[in-house]
Design a protein around this ligand. Structure first.
Ligand code: SF4
Length: 142
């Protein structure tokens, strides 16, 4: 901890007093440029189901996915290595690149922990921006 705070500072590291300089790659190479390790986003594929009744959309409480846990989202499920996948929307979330295909459904089945939202009153709901963006996409692509 102290080495990082007192000796190996981001600018002007005190290499001459550093106890590990003999084994330090930066010191040996005389290269002190900070390099960030970029995490690669993982591609994931989802089928999002849109149920509409009286101009309202059905949302469900998310107890299935680790992202947006307990938030209200559209019913969806993950597709593993889908063939001929044509996405409608793409989201970047944490370390995930979400490719989402939208499927419109007429049949309304009973889904637990679900409720209907009016897209015209979107501001009144406490929803994640993920869900709001999808509602806006659906409204703009009717
Ligand atoms: S020798 Fe390496 S670890 Fe020590 S201060 Fe210099 S850059 Fe940091």
């Amino acid at each position: 901890m102290e080495l990082g705070a007192l000796i190996c500072k981001p600018s002007n590291p005190l290499c001459n007093t550093c106890p590990i300089s003999r084994n330090c790659k930066s010191f040996i190479k005389k290269d002190f440029a900070l390099t960030k390790i970029k995490k690669k986003n993982k591609n994931k594929y989802f089928l999002l189901k849109v149920y509409k009744k009286n101009n309202k959309y059905l949302l469900v409480k998310n107890i299935k996915f680790n992202f947006l846990k307990n938030f209200n989202i559209f019913p969806m499920h993950e597709l593993i290595k889908p063939k001929n996948f044509t996405q409608n929307i793409n989201f970047k979330m944490s370390n995930m690149n979400m490719n989402i295909k939208i499927e419109y459904n007429n049949a309304i089945k009973s889904i637990p922990l679900s409720y209907w939202i009016d897209p015209k009153k979107l501001r009144n709901y406490t929803l994640p921006s993920f869900t709001k963006k999808i509602v806006r996409y659906l409204e703009n692509n009717k």
